[in-house]
Design a protein around this ligand. Structure first.
Ligand code: GLU
Length: 299
C-alpha cells in the first residue's frame, strides 16, 4: 500500500493549520517531490481528546487548496493500534507508575537533567512493582510503559543542522490512563511516529525545528525496530512579532482567514516569498540552499 522512498507531512488535527504549519507542509512537499519521492499525508490523531475528524478534513482541504498533492491513501493513526502494540512488544520496556508530580519533584533534585526522566521506576524490585501496580489499579489507573534505553545520547544527520547529538531518555511509549478510557489515545507520539514512518517507507522527515530535539530518541527507537534512520530536514519556524512561535491567537493566521483578505493566491505569494521561491512555479524554483535559516517573522 505504501512505498518508499517517501516524504510525509503529519499534521495533528486539533484545529485549522496556521501559516507556519502550511509553510512546513509546502516545504515537506517540495523536498519530497524535488527528490522524486512519494509523498504521504498522515493524520496524527492519536490524541483522541484533542483530535477531530472534522479538523482533519479541513486541514486536508486547505493543503489541497494550496496546490499540494499527495499519494493515497491518507494514513490515520487511530487505525494503527495493532501496529503500535506489536512494536511495543518488540522493544525493551518497563512499567512506570510515576505521576506528573513525582516526575516534577525528581526533576528538581540536584544533578537531575531538565526534561529527562530520572529513571525512578527503571530498576524497582519486583515486590515494589507489584505493590505500585496494585495501588494504581485500585485507583482505576494503568501504568505508563517506558523504553528501557541503553544509550544516553544519539546522533542524527540533518540537512540544515548537520550532525546533531541529543540526549535520549526512557521515553514514554504508551501513556498511563484510566481503565475505562484505555483506547487509541494512549499511544505516545514518540512510538507512533517511528512505527508509521517505517511502515510508510518514509526516509525523509521534513518538519519544524522545534522537533529537532526529539529526533535522537526517535532515531534510536527506529534503530531498535530495525528501520533505517530517515534523512531529517528540520526547517525554521514562523514566529510572531515577539519572536514567539506563531499561534492562532496571533490573528488571522489560517488559510481561510488569510484568504478572506488576499485570496488563496495571495497566501501562496506570501508562502513563496517566505521560502525564496516563485509562486507560479514552486516546484521548479525552490532551492533548499536559499531557504532563510532564521525564523520567518509573520506580519
Ligand atoms: N504531528 C506533529 C505536529 O503536528 C508532527 C510530527 C512530525 O512531523 O514528526 O507537530
Amino acid at each position: 500500500m505504501f512505498q518508499g522512498p517517501a516524504g510525509r507531512y503529519a499534521p495533528s488535527p486539533s484545529g485549522d493549520l496556521h501559516f507556519g504549519n502550511l509553510r512546513t507542509a509546502v516545504l515537506a512537499w517540495l523536498f519530497a517531490r524535488q527528490s522524486g519521492r512519494n509523498f504521504y499525508m498522515r493524520v496524527e490523531d492519536i490524541d483522541s481528546e484533542r483530535s477531530s475528524a472534522e479538523s482533519a478534513k479541513r486541514q486536508l482541504e486547505d493543503l489541497a487548496a494550496l496546490g499540494i498533492e499527495w499519494d493515497e491513501p491518507v494514513l490515520y493513526q487511530h487505525d494503527r493500534g495493532d501496529a503500535y502494540a506489536q512494536a511495543l512488544a518488540a522493544l525493551p520496556t518497563y512499567e512506570c507508575y510515576c505521576t506528573r508530580r513525582d516526575i516534577r519533584e525528581a526533576a528538581s533534585a540536584p544533578h537531575a537533567q531538565p526534561g529527562m526522566y530520572p529513571g525512578t521506576c527503571r530498576d524497582l524490585p519486583e515486590e515494589l512493582r507489584a505493590f505500585r501496580r496494585l495501588t494504581l489499579s485500585s485507583e482505576g489507573r494503568l501504568p505508563a510503559i517506558r523504553l528501557r534505553a541503553d544509550v544516553r545520547e544519539w546522533t542524527v544527520r540533518d540537512f540544515y543542522h548537520g550532525e546533531f547529538t541529543g540526549p535520549v531518555d526512557d521515553v514514554i511509549l504508551r501513556r498511563g490512563g484510566r481503565f475505562d478510557q484505555a483506547q487509541a489515545g494512549d499511544w505516545a507520539y514518540n512510538l507512533a511516529v517511528v512505527v508509521d514512518d517505517g511502515f510508510q517507507g518514509v526516509d525523509q522527515v521534513v518538519r519544524g525545528d522545534d522537533l529537532l530535539f526529539s529526533a535522537p530518541a526517535q532515531a534510536y527507537v527506529a534503530s531498535l525496530l530495525g528501520y533505517e534512520e530517515p534523512e531529517y530536514v528540520h526547517v525554521p519556524l514562523v514566529v510572531n512579532a515577539e519572536n514567539k512561535r506563531l499561534a492562532k491567537r496571533d490573528g488571522a493566521v489560517t488559510l481561510r482567514e488569510m484568504a478572506q483578505a488576499s485570496g488563496v493566491q495571495g497566501v501562496l505569494h506570501m508562502l513563496a516569498e517566505s521560502i525564496g521561491a516563485d509562486p507560479s512555479d514552486l516546484l521548479g524554483s525552490f532551492d533548499p540552499s536559499r531557504l532563510p535559516r532564521a525564523p520567518w517573522v509573520w506580519r
